[in-house]
Design a protein around this ligand. Structure first.
Ligand code: FPP
Length: 243
């Protein structure tokens, strides 16, 4: 454990979402195959989860596999599926002991029956934990989530008058989870990549050139400190400007 973070509780983000980007470039820069980057990224994820518990973050959402990632070379797709399975096999007991609740956001249908079962069992096992809620976005896409929500609303016979922002939020995979306060993107790209596009309407962003496998506790703490200094106005104005 490093230096404790000195952020007043009211300035801490309740929900942090992360785009874990740069595994491929991390591997390339070391002359390693891309999957070695994903494995190093997985090691780092373990550290980031522990740090989130330590910092007192309540919700952590991680972008592990997007609806667009199916377009990657088959060996990489297969490798990422294996990594997900391995993470559940190797980490579940410890995460459970630490009070982490696992949730999945996205579509499970396209995953193998075996992986689907592992995910559902992990969600069931940890459902009463509340130290940290870990949303794993796997086969997740923000646009797909909205399409799915509209389909469900129509199936439920929701009328035009009933549709509002709150209702749509309740139909998303993230129903019941507060919107992310802070979205962190590693490896320097300045785009949302279809991640939580509805929920992040008023999130603060922190983008770092650091590749995901190197995004360590110190940089995470720095992102939180920078967030704590932001003036969140949600489209309004600061109190000091009120007459
Ligand atoms: C983006 O980097 C990263 C991914 C698409 C996968 C992220 C997955 C992990 C960190 C492993 C943890 C996984 C689970 C299932 C819990 P990139 O490969 O696009 O990097 P690049 O832009 O440098 O090529």
């Amino acid at each position: 454990m490093g230096e404790p973070v000195q952020i007043p509780p009211e300035k801490m983000p309740q929900h942090v979402a992360m785009i874990m980007d740069g595994n491929g470039r991390w591997a390339l820069s070391r002359g390693k195959p891309r999957l070695a980057g994903h494995r190093a990224g997985t090691e780092n994820l373990r550290r980031v989860i522990r740090a989130s518990v330590e910092f007192g973050v309540k919700y952590l959402t991680i972008y592990a596999f997007s609806t667009e990632n199916w377009g990657r070379p088959p060996a990489e797709v297969k490798g990422l599926m294996h990594i997900f399975e391995n993470v559940i096999d190797k980490e579940l007991d410890e995460l459970h002991e630490e009070g982490v609740q696992l949730r999945h956001i996205g579509r499970l249908e396209k995953l193998t029956k075996k992986l689907r079962k592992k995910v559902l069992d992990a969600v069931e096992l940890t459902k009463d934990n509340n130290r940290l809620i870990l949303n794993i976005a796997f086969n997740y896409g923000g646009r797909d989530e909205i399409v799915y929500a509209i389909q469900k609303m129509l199936k439920d016979g929701i009328s035009t008058e009933e549709v509002n922002i709150e209702l749509i939020s309740q139909y998303l995979f993230t129903a019941g989870t507060p919107d992310p306060d802070l979205v962190i993107r590693t490896s320097g790209e300045l785009r949302t990549s279809n991640f939580l596009i509805w929920q992040s309407a008023y999130s603060e962003w922190y983008v770092t050139p650091t590749f995901w496998p190197d995004f360590d506790r110190e940089e995470y703490a720095k992102a939180l400190a920078i967030y704590a200094q932001r003036d969140r106005r949600f489209g309004g104005v600061s109190e000091e400007y009120y007459e």
